[in-house]
Design a binder for this molecule. Structure first.
Ligand code: GLU
Ligand code: ZN
Length: 303
């Protein structure tokens, strides 16, 4: 075992489909290729969007495919105390603040027209309550509709992705002060992921390119919380027949794990690996070898 710890972090909003199996397989292969550990984290922080029982279905699908975590899975819904502590730390440091804007106010703020919403992305927040805060730091606590991170201290984040190369994002202008906790108490994906990745000792994130736009926000949060930076590899998107990202919304059906090798072969070929016959174990082993050829020579973790 090396110091490498990777993870697969499914949201239990549906069973694994061809697209999510690619993310699972890629993260598993990268962990194995690096002689590391592979963890599974159920991202059920937004309980309203999660369907009961889906966590067990996903875990079963993974094990049917031979993708077994090296530690017992964790559930975000049981980890609120960790997220609360991180939010308190940010508030004490003056890095987060209560926002009292209503949904209507947010939607009607200037410059809204034509804004494109991406996965895990809100409307760009113009900083209204941040500016009010500067004079009365705790005035809005009671009326908060959300708690947001200040993105104006070091707004431009630079990082290097193992596939996409050098990246940068101006979080303040491209995203705005983003939500850490909603008024209903639900912690945001960004806060939960960053806290959990650090708490679980994750060193490497391997996930689909649709999530790459979240990376700068997550690095910014790591910096604000004094947490280590991770290495990132965003794999190519899996597109459906309509050319859109494959998702439950455009009809991606659950993988059939009674035919686990077929499902894995499909995922492997989407990752540019050759299809394999034989046993599941043999196929997985040959993909680990192939993955090492493609991804480990290039692998120089650069912060
Ligand atoms: N749970 C997140 C999602 O399914 C993925 C989190 C991650 O890999 O960072 O969108
Ligand atoms: Zn506000």
């Amino acid at each position: 075992m090396t110091g490498y710890i990777g993870r697969f972090a499914p949201s239990p909003t549906g069973p694994l489909h061809a697209g999510s199996l690619v993310a699972a397989l890629a993260s598993w292969l990268d962990a194995r290729a690096n002689h590391g550990q592979w963890l599974v984290r159920i991202e059920d922080v937004d309980t309203a969007r999660c369907l009961p029982g889906l966590d067990q279905i996903i875990l079963r699908q993974l094990s049917d495919c031979g993708l077994l975590p090296d530690q017992p899975p964790v559930w975000q819904s049981q980890r609120s105390a960790l997220y609360q502590r991180a939010l308190e730390q940010l508030l004490e440091g003056g890095l987060a603040y209560p926002c009292t804007c209503t949904r209507r106010e947010l939607e009607q703020a200037p410059g809204r027209a034509g804004e494109v919403r991406r996965r895990h992305t809100e409307l760009i927040y113009p900083g209204t309550c941040r500016n009010a805060m500067t004079h009365h730091p705790t005035a809005n606590r009671k009326a908060a509709t959300a708690w947001r991170l200040r993105t104006d201290a070091n707004p431009v984040i630079h990082w290097s992705d193992r596939r996409l190369g050098r990246q940068q994002q101006d979080v303040e202008t491209e995203v705005g002060d983003f939500v850490l906790q909603r008024a209903d108490g639900c912690f945001s994906y960004q806060l939960a992921v960053v806290v959990d990745d650090a708490e679980q000792g994750i060193t490497d994130v391997v996930r689909g390119e649709d999530l790459s736009n979240n990376t700068a926000r997550q690095i910014m949060l790591q910096e604000c919380l004094g947490l280590p930076r991770l290495c990132y590899l965003h794999t190519a998107l899996v597109l459906g027949a309509n050319g859109e990202k494959l998702s439950k919304q455009n009809g991606a059906s659950a993988i059939d794990t009674s035919q686990a090798l077929d499902a894995l072969n499909q995922a492997a070929s989407l990752l540019g690996l050759q299809t394999q016959g034989g046993t599941l174990g043999d196929a997985l082993d040959s993909w680990i070898q192939a993955w090492r050829q493609v991804w480990t020579p290039l692998y120089n973790p650069v912060p």
